[in-house]
Design a binder for this molecule. Structure first.
Ligand code: SF4
Length: 373
């Protein structure tokens, strides 16, 4: 492993585990990155075992997420897993954060009551793309593209009283770029105070749409900075937060994988990225795989990311690289486009005055890593 790599700490001490109960979903969102070629479903015994294994890894600050599938398709497994996570964390004195991402359609009374009973170590991410028009454009029901998933989801969330632990996750696409500011205003108008915006990946953004997005985000950041829109805005979560080196994935087959970004690959293609199972994780293999991927990307990009001033915020485009080679796409074309997008997202994020604590910590950590490099 190259010691000069600024992500080495995250690679050697993964602080996050993403749990994918299954690749089934009640919706069929056009931009979903999960390939959905596995038919496996996890069971609670395996999930608990993987949590215990993850807790043995060094690092007292940990995050466990249910963000790569719709967790409320499996309410009892979800409740059992979350209870186990908190009970074991208390026993082992681990500083744990739990995040679940839902499309909201299955957020019934039982689940609302359960999430409302959890303390502030838990965050519920609500995937909401803005108003009905933007949301329903991409977020269709599986097997029924006519009914609105927006209405059901907003109705369910409207009844969730404990909103301080709710964060809205908005995906913006080339088709909805021009509405980014309006959609944020709409979300804030629904009294959601925490908002993440990130652009659709694995697609080419035309120049015109990139310019539209840049303009929309600039205005939006001004709205937040001036207090016109109240709340907390994040633009560098997930891919852009350079956090994927810190994550491992528990797949629906009970295997642990390099990270969540193997999910865009077909199930058979992911085998090369297995690093263990629920009971054991091979950290040496994790290191070796990342090293191979870094080498490949450096060759493909002529070292562009390694010398880039935005690298510690944008990371380098590893997910895009994996997706493009397995889908026979021209990586060079996608990389160029991705890089333009990275510039927009990082630069807009820099202008946000009131970052929340997590983001501020991340900025400081990244800035110090950059200096140390
Ligand atoms: S902004 Fe471009 S060159 Fe810089 S790290 Fe991101 S993808 Fe690489």
């Amino acid at each position: 492993m190259r010691t000069e790599n600024i992500f080495i700490e995250q690679i050697l001490k993964p602080s996050q585990m993403d749990i994918c109960f299954s690749e089934k979903c009640n919706l069929n969102c056009r931009y979903c990155f999960v390939n959905k070629t596995s038919t496996d479903v996890l069971n609670l015994k395996t999930v608990k075992k993987a949590i215990d294994t993850f807790y043995v890894l060094p690092n007292k600050d940990k995050t466990i997420t249910f963000t790569t599938s719709e967790p409320f398709l499996y309410p009892d497994m979800f409740i059992g897993a979350v209870r186990h996570i908190f009970a074991r964390a208390d026993e082992k004195n681990i500083n744990i954060r739990v995040v679940a991402t839902t499309n909201g359609v299955l957020l019934n009374k039982k689940m609302r009551d359960f999430v409302a009973s959890l303390d502030n170590r838990f965050t519920l991410n609500f995937s909401l793309d803005g108003d009905k028009k933007s949301h329903d454009l991409h977020r269709k029901f599986r097997g029924n593209s006519h009914d609105s998933s927006f209405e059901k989801a907003v109705q369910n969330f409207g009844q969730l009283l404990k909103r301080k632990n709710v964060r809205v996750i908005t995906t913006v696409t080339p088709e909805t770029a021009e509405y980014v500011r309006n959609n944020a205003q709409f979300i804030a108008g629904k009294k959601f105070i925490n908002m993440d915006i990130f652009p659709q990946m694995f697609t080419i953004w035309p120049e015109k749409k990139l310019a539209t997005l840049r303009k929309g985000l600039d205005r939006l950041v001004d709205d937040f900075n001036s207090g016109k829109i109240k709340g907390n805005l994040r633009l560098l979560n997930r891919l852009w937060g350079a956090t994927h080196y810190a994550k491992i994935l528990l797949g629906s087959d009970g295997k642990t994988y390099l990270f969540e970004w193997v999910l865009p690959l077909k199930y058979a293609q992911r085998k090369a990225y297995i690093i263990g199972d629920a009971g054991k994780i091979n950290m040496q293999k994790r290191q070796a795989l990342f090293e191979l991927l870094f080498d490949a990307i450096e060759k493909k990009t002529n070292n562009k990311c390694r010398t880039c001033t935005r690298q510690s915020f944008c990371s380098n485009p590893l997910p895009l690289y994996l997706w493009s080679i397995y889908n026979k796409k021209d990586f060079a074309v996608y990389f160029k486009n991705f890089c333009q997008m990275a510039k927009i997202m990082v630069d807009a994020s820099k202008k946000i005055k009131h970052k929340n604590k997590l983001d501020s910590d991340k900025w400081e950590k990244n800035a110090s890593m950059r200096k140390a490099k």
